[in-house]
Design a protein around this ligand. Structure first.
Ligand code: C5P
Length: 397
């Protein structure tokens, strides 16, 4: 629950994307946020307040003159109680109104009366988005410190294609989670490896392992949330890169090695989470091996380069962090690996605790000794790892 206890006002304005705000409210609530919905009158023509009331578990406010607030100051009370206001969708008209400080309905008045951050997710026809008046308004909002999320490009409700689509609810929720994290790695460039590697035997077969890539992707996401500029060198995995992370796809250990070494010197931190194959096939076949060709083929293996050890040996290289997945003797093996690879920090876990799943149990080993983290989802562990790295780096700066 990455938004536990956060009080979020979701403002909904009049546009067809208002139906997607229902999903946004559900996602934020699921992450533990306390969500209060406020709608413009226009928004109620697309989705009824009842939908949002059911999803947020709270009455929805539309009218500035709502008699439910005992002191008749709904705009002040609702925005004072908020840690954050997000307006999604934000129509061209709403952006224009708040760019000029207007307070002509409840939501605009709440925005004007707030003392918390405001995020807006514009949604409109592409020509409205490109109109010089909207451009001016958006520039003004940015200059006022308002965070503008998107918009995305693509098919629009009007049948046209272009910029102006609201970001998907998952992406807006992700931006809100990111916005709520302390930016302990602001300005740092972080390079991360994740997933398994695939070592070809022939064009269709290969040697790989059961790494899901989830831990590496969680670390990439946490580093980005912490304000870092993140590059993720990823072996073959079945899911999309976290929002805002630059992903480089590779397959074999040699490809991963080349992709990492090309970027390592320009990075401040290198976190090697990938389960890199120790060996590759020396005699990989150019064409598919055929059973009829007789005999059982012999697969000859040669050693792959140790990417982490090589990066750790670079003069003026990045701060290096390794992972040690062991099936027993965690402390002894992890500490030995840390010394052998000459790295300041290693995150150890027992394979039976986390390989492939959503949860994990990690112990961090550094010069000060062992720091066991309580069993938790990989997203929470990734955040603690990032905080630990930030602390060690602060000590070095
Ligand atoms: O040597 P071992 O595979 O046990 O070490 C694990 C750590 O080293 C992980 O951080 C992994 O990403 C990294 N590694 C690497 N290149 C290899 C093997 C492991 O970067 N060839």
């Amino acid at each position: 629950m990455e938004l536990n206890g956060k009080r979020v006002v979701v403002g909904v304005t009049g546009g067809i994307a208002a139906y997607k705000a229902a999903e946004l409210v559900r996602l934020l609530t699921k992450q533990g946020a306390d969500v209060q919905v406020a709608m413009t009158e226009g928004a109620t023509h697309f989705v009824t307040p009842t939908t949002f009331q059911a999803l947020s578990g709270k009455p929805v406010y539309v009218d500035q003159w709502d008699a439910r607030m005992p002191n008749a100051m709904a705009h002040i009370d609702l925005s004072r109680q908020a840690d954050l206001i997000v307006v999604a969708p934000a129509s061209a008209d709403f952006l224009a109104r708040i760019a000029h400080g207007q307070a002509d309905d409840l939501l605009a008045t709440m925005v004007l009366a707030r003392d918390c951050p405001l995020l807006v997710a514009p949604a409109m026809n592409r020509q409205m988005w490109e109109n010089p008046a909207t451009r001016r308004n958006v520039d003004q909002l940015r200059a006022d410190g308002i965070v503008v999320l998107g918009p995305a490009s693509g098919e629009q409700a009007c049948g046209e294609v272009g910029a102006g689509r609201m970001l998907e609810p998952e992406d807006i929720a992700e931006e809100i989670v990111a916005f709520c994290q302390p930016t302990v790695l602001a300005g740092r460039r972080v390079l991360i490896t994740a997933g398994p590697t695939f070592e070809a035997i022939d064009p269709v077969r290969g040697i790989t392992n059961l790494s899901s890539g989830r831990m590496g992707y969680a670390v990439a996401r946490a580093a980005r949330h912490a304000g870092a500029e993140v590059t993720l060198v990823s072996g073959p995995v079945g899911f999309a890169a976290p929002q805002g992370v630059d992903r480089v796809n590779v397959r074999s250990a040699l490809e991963m090695h080349a992709a990492v070494l090309a970027r390592a010197a320009a990075s401040d931190i290198f976190i090697a989470v990938a389960a890199v194959a120790d060996y590759r096939v020396a005699n990989a076949a150019e064409h598919k091996l055929k059973k009829e060709s007789g005999g059982i083929p012999a697969i000859e293996l040669i050693e792959n380069p140790d990417i982490l050890a090589e990066v750790a040996a670079l003069p003026d290289g990045p701060f290096c962090v390794g992972f040690a997945a062991e099936s027993r003797n965690l402390e002894e093996y992890a500490q030995r690996k840390r010394q052998r690879k000459n790295i300041p920090l290693i995150a150890g876990n027992l394979i039976q605790d986390g390989f492939g799943g959503d949860d994990n149990r990690l112990v961090l080993f550094d010069d000060a000794g062992a720091h066991p983290l309580a069993p938790a989802p990989k997203s929470a562990l990734a955040r603690q790892l990032v905080e630990h790295i930030a602390q060690l780096l602060t000590g070095k700066d």
